[in-house]
Write a new protein. Sequence first.
Length: 401
Amino acid sequence: MTECFIYDHVRTPRGRGKKDGSLHEVSPLNLASQVLEAMRDRNDLDTARVDDVVLGCVSPVGEQGSDIARTAVLQAGYDQSVSGVQINRFCASGLEATNMAAAQVMSGQSDLTIGGGVESMSRVPMASDGGAWPVDPQSAFDNYFVPQGISADLIATKYGFSRDDVDAYAVESQKRTADSYKNKAFEKSIVPVKDTLGITLLDHDEHRREDATMQSLGSLNASFAGIGEFGFDGVANMRYPEVDGITHVHTPGNSSGIVDGAAGLLLGNADVGKELGLKPRARIKGFTSTGSEPCIMLTGPEFVAQKALDRTGMHKDDIDLWELNEAFAAVVLRFMQAHDIDHAKMNVAGGAIAMGHPLGATGAMILGTVLDELERRDLNTAMALLCIGAGMGTATIIERV
């Protein structure tokens, strides 16, 4: 099997996913195309050598519909020979897109690809695309459908995480993100988003709350208690009768933020890298996805991590850094509990609780972030992974060159 190397990665800053967010005026097409333009310009890239661009997008409708990847390729001025495809694996779409782009290289069917993702949550709201899973009565009944926030609170209740536990995790996420900015850890990867006149609109993640404390987070009301009382707590209890009621602990302060953003990774084999003068930064060691129980929904990471380790013949102690999307604080706490992971190795640069979760782009963002951290800390191997709606998990292992 051909080795696949990561040659570069770039991302936009994350803008608040509301009408007053700094990126609201930027279409998702322009978010994606500015990432592709930066990738080309940073690497003096002959775009005719790129075989395919694979982008994740979770709500591929309206401005994000009609295969936004191919449209972004054209918008960015890439050679017309470069194809593009959009894929959706819910919250892991950006990582899945990167894995698919890497698979093309590893199978020998492509030499150079770009994997990544885009989501403008301020312009194309979450769940705009609908779907049978939550609304078809048979699907919802058979699979004990509950909203993700109920699943997160179910995890906290089932595995013993209190409101203080999840708030403390959130405070630490904010602190680590603040330290990353203080140490200029993201400077290498963030490309400012500009308007049509070339004026910078945003050059930093604007969702951050560096002044967050246990006291300020403790004053927030639980986000999902109301819909729980509407009937979803009862559905969760039917599926998990061993749980005596659902304790609602997640709030806007300890859950991922709604934001806009895009990201990409430049992937290729060794020969094309030498030919184009590209320096490999890491190799893709392995990747995989798995399904998990759909009602509790967000426990997939613990299973996909083990699957990825088994497929690559590795042990958890071989992983120097772990990067798990902070969809909700309890998701990460449960993963660390299940695999006995030291928090000092987990999400070391902060995460989506502080910076936000631009659904289709997040997987590509966190893979790039953990690569930067491997280099900054002179470490070797990392795993990036995400929990996913409807009960799934996706993971990717990288190894520095």
